[in-house]
Design a protein around this ligand. Structure first.
Ligand code: A3P
Length: 275
C-alpha cells in the first residue's frame, strides 16, 4: 500500500484506492436498469448508508443476511477491479448495489440515461473535513496531513483526495430534478433516522412496516455500527456526531469556510446544518 496520489481532470485520487486505469474502465461500465448506485464524498457517512441499504434489501430477502458487512451485492466500483471481483461484478445477481466516491464527471456514461436508482448522501463540509483529517492521519492509502491547519487549508482549496467538496456536491446537485436520484443528508439521518430510512425505502420501491423500519434503525444507529464494525477491526466509526468541527476550527478557519459556503451555495437551494 502506498499513500501516493495522482490528478485526473484536476481531481486528486489515491493511487492504490482508485487506480487510474479504473477511471477509464468506469466510463464504459455496464449499468443495469435495476442497479442501485450509492454516491458519497468520503467521510460523509458512506458505510452508514451502505449498511442501511443492505438491511432494507435484506428485509426484502434480496441480500442474504449472512453477507451483511461484506455483501457480494454491494460493490465499490472504483476499487482495483481485479480477478474474482471483476468477474463478480458481471455475474452478481440483480439488484446490484454499486458504490463510489467519484465526482459526477467520472460516472459510467450509461448511468444517467438509465433507469438505475442513484442515492447521493451529503454532509456539512466542516464535519467532513474533520472526519477526513482523522482518517488520513492513520490511513495507509491517503497522504498523511502535516497538521490540522494545513489540512483545513488543503480541503478548502479542494486539494485533497477526491477533490473539491463543493465541485463534488454541486456536480450531483445539478441532477436534482431527475426522478431516479435521491439526495440524503447525514445531519437528517442523525436527527430522524426512521424518516430517512422510510424515504429510502420509498425511493427504492422496497416498503417496510414501521416495525421493520425500527429493526433497520436499531441496527444502524451509531453504537450498533460501532460494535459491528469494531468487531471486524474496521474503523469506519469515530464520533458520529454533528458539530465536532467546533473542537478543531479556529475562528479564522470557520470564517473562511463560511465565506466559501456562501460563495458556492447561494442560490443553489443546497444547504447544510452545522449543528
Ligand atoms: P466522524 O469521523 O465525524 O465520526 P464514511 O463511512 O464515509 O467514511 O464516514 C465516516 C463518518 O461517518 C465518521 O464520522 C463516522 O463516525 C460516521 N458514522 C459511521 N457510522 C455512523 C452511524 N451509524 N451514525 C452516525 N455516524 C456514523
Amino acid at each position: 500500500m502506498s499513500t501516493s496520489t495522482y490528478k485526473e481532470r484536476g481531481v486528486m485520487f489515491p493511487s492504490d484506492v482508485v487506480p487510474r486505469s479504473n477511471l477509464e474502465l468506469l466510463k464504459t461500465f455496464d449499468i443495469r436498469d435495476d442497479d442501485i448506485m450509492l454516491i458519497t464524498y468520503p467521510k460523509t457517512g458512506t458505510h452508514w448508508l451502505h449498511q442501511v441499504v443492505k438491511l432494507i434489501l435484506a428485509e426484502h430477502g434480496v441480500t442474504d443476511e449472512k453477507y451483511l458487512g461484506n455483501s457480494p451485492n454491494l460493490i465499490e466500483i472504483t476499487r482495483p477491479v481485479i480477478g474474482p471481483l471483476a468477474e463478480m461484478i458481471k455475474t452478481v445477481p440483480s439488484p446490484r448495489v454499486l458504490a463510489t466516491h467519484v465526482p459526477v464527471e467520472f460516472l459510467p456514461d450509461g448511468l444517467l440515461g438509465s433507469k438505475a436508482k442513484t442515492v447521493v448522501l451529503m454532509r456539512n463540509p466542516k464535519d467532513t473535513a474533520v472526519s477526513m483529517f482523522h482518517f488520513a492521519q492513520t490511513s495507509t492509502v491517503l497522504p498523511t496531513p502535516e497538521s490540522w491547519d494545513s489540512f483545513a487549508q488543503q480541503f478548502l482549496a479542494g486539494d485533497c483526495p477526491w477533490g473539491s467538496f463543493y465541485d463534488h456536491v454541486l456536480g450531483y446537485w445539478k441532477l436534482k430534478d431527475q426522478h431516479n436520484i435521491l439526495f440524503l443528508k447525514y445531519e437528517d439521518m442523525k436527527k430522524d433516522l426512521p424518516a430517512e430510512v422510510k424515504k429510502l425505502c420509498f425511493f427504492l420501491g422496497r416498503p417496510l412496516t414501521d416495525e421493520t423500519v425500527q429493526t433497520v434503525v436499531g441496527a444502524t444507529q451509531f453504537d450498533s455500527m460501532k460494535k459491528t464494525f469494531g468487531e471486524k477491526g474496521q474503523r469506519n466509526t469515530r464520533k458520529g456526531v454533528i458539530g465536532d468541527w467546533k473542537n478543531y476550527f479556529s475562528d479564522d478557519q470557520s470564517r473562511a469556510y463560511d465565506e466559501q459556503y456562501r460563495e458556492r451555495l447561494s442560490n443553489t437551494g443546497l444547504e447544510f446544518q452545522f449543528e
